[in-house]
Design a protein around this ligand. Sequence first.
Ligand code: ZN
Length: 208
Amino acid sequence: MSAKLPEPVQNLIDAFNRLPGIGSKMAGRLTFHLLQKSEYDVNRFITALDGIRTGLQPCEQCGNISDQPLCGVCREPGRSADQICVVEGPLDVIALERTALYHGLYHVLGGVLSPMDGIGPDQLRIQLLQDRLNKRQEIAAHTELIMATNPSLEGEATANYLTQRFQPLVQEKLLTITRIARGLPMGSDIEYADPTTLARALEGRNNL
Ligand code: ZN
């Protein structure tokens, strides 16, 4: 974009440009689109942006994004507590919910193990998962832990780490660990998978 643009216009273009998947051309188009909008529309945009700045927190139980202590899934009556699906991020929850096939709970790790980037177990919500499973153990309830990390090297390594870590519960027959698999190509992202493929992967999960 031209350096002769008024500063506020250039600032907005730059802000759009920093978003993933938005090049400078698209950033300019979005900015000029907003410039032509009514004040009402622009204010709605500002309010929406402001809304994600405050009042959002990770769900106390599962780590999913939420505007209340417990997220929408954890609050939903009728979800079966004996299934916990372990995912990397909130977008994976949305993708799995779209399949309309899964009625258990989730655990959102907040990433995957990646020693090269300094991300170890303590940087993810693994202790929170441990606490959840310990609580289930106290009431001797059987739980299925479904590993739905992405089919990437880090995603596999994270699923393997968790499987090892929770082996004592498996030995006690309090836990079954499964991995969604079929249909998801190596290196693909769960959040972008189409609902049919994801539903098939969920149905075809294997014991770990
Ligand atoms: Zn939750």
